[in-house]
Each structure stands twice: as C-alpha cells, then as structure tokens.
Ligand binder design. Structure first.
Ligand SMILES: [Zn+2]
Length: 64
C-alpha cells in the first residue's frame, strides 16, 4: 500500500533550486509560492504572493 506523503515531500520532488535543510527535522526546505487574495479598503481585490520555505515542521501551518 502506498504511503501518504506530505505536501513538502511532493513539492521537494518538483523543486530543484533549494539547498537549505531544516536544522530540526533535517528535511530540505521546499520553496513554495503562496498566493493570497486580499480585499483592499477601496473594495477591489488584490493578490499578494510570497515565497516560503516549507519543511515537515511547518507544512501543516503553511498549507491549510
Ligand atoms: Zn523542519
């Protein structure tokens, strides 16, 4: 039976340009882009995107 893999594992397989490893869990960080829609005061929507480093320590928090 296939073992379920974490989101960070999946991303790591598709990401080449990272080299940092988490000092806590030893996993390589996966750099992912989060895009968040936010409504401005004027009522229009804007999208904020940011890159975050994800490992097993924080993938549950970052990827909701
Ligand atoms: Zn970690």
């Amino acid at each position: 039976m296939a073992k379920a893999k974490s989101f960070a594992d999946k991303v790591a397989k598709n990401t080449i340009d990272f080299k940092k490893h988490c000092p806590k869990c030893g996993e390589a960080y996966a750099n992912i882009q989060l895009v968040k829609a936010e409504k401005s005061a004027s009522g229009s929507w804007r999208f904020n995107d940011r890159h975050v480093a994800v490992c097993k320590c924080n993938d549950k928090e970052v990827v909701q």
